[in-house]
Design a protein around this ligand. Structure first.
Ligand SMILES: [Zn+2]
Length: 211
């Protein structure tokens, strides 16, 4: 089963490199997709302990905890996630977290500081969506920013093109740092096809590329 293979791969990464938040994050996400909610919550908590700014991890841990019957804790983590997403300008995770809070019958915190220089009057209903969509329809697959598209594909081939279409410069820079960690700590040799596939898998996971 493909799920099991992925889970084992991510378990190995989380074990081999316990201080790498991406290993725990990816493992938590895979557990969640496999319906292993308690284990998902544990792995995502580790990822957040290592890096409390991963806004997407709050969305996932909120879902995992709620499914595991821990509604109060789910709401607490989601509420914290909203603050983090606002601080980072991560629109997409904010919207997803807000939707979960509404679904769970909990209040959705107002954005703390909406940077809306264009300040349309009477647009408070738009809170959290203050930036206009990009004219070319760009919206980063990972953070939802409507701007900061890469000037060109970061490398050749279909995956490079997908990244160019979908990922902002901020997220791409974050991946470079994380990718270097993945290579070093997993001992990947990118000339090796299987290692390259593993690396690509982490990259797709981290950047949350759409198909
Ligand atoms: Zn981004």
């Amino acid at each position: 089963m493909a799920d099991d293979v992925r889970i084992r791969q991510f378990e190995k990464m989380a074990q081999d490199d316990p201080n790498n938040e991406l290993g725990h994050f990816s493992l938590g996400k895979a557990y969640l997709e496999a319906g292993r909610n308690t284990e998902a919550a544990t792995s995502l908590k580790r990822a957040l302990d290592l890096n409390p700014t991963m806004s997407k991890a709050y969305e996932l841990i909120g879902t995992a905890l709620h499914r595991a019957g821990q509604r109060e804790l789910a709401i607490e983590m989601l509420t914290r996630g909203i603050t983090v997403a606002d601080e980072r300008g991560d629109r997409k995770p904010r919207e997803a977290i807000a939707a979960l809070l509404r679904e769970f019958g909990a209040p959705v915190p107002e954005p703390k500081h909406v940077s809306a220089p264009q300040g349309r009057p009477g647009s408070s209903a738009d809170a959290g969506h203050a930036q206009p969509p990009s004219p070319d329809g760009f919206s980063c697959a990972r953070c939802g920013r409507p701007s900061g598209k890469l000037e060109k594909p970061p490398f050749k081939g279909p995956l490079g093109l997908r990244i160019h279409e979908q990922v902002c410069q901020v997220c791409w820079r974050e991946w470079i740092g994380m990718g270097t960690k993945v290579i070093n700590e997993m001992g990947l040799q990118l000339a090796n096809r299987a290692h390259q596939d593993t690396y690509d898998q982490y990259m797709i996971e981290f950047l949350q590329l759409r198909v």
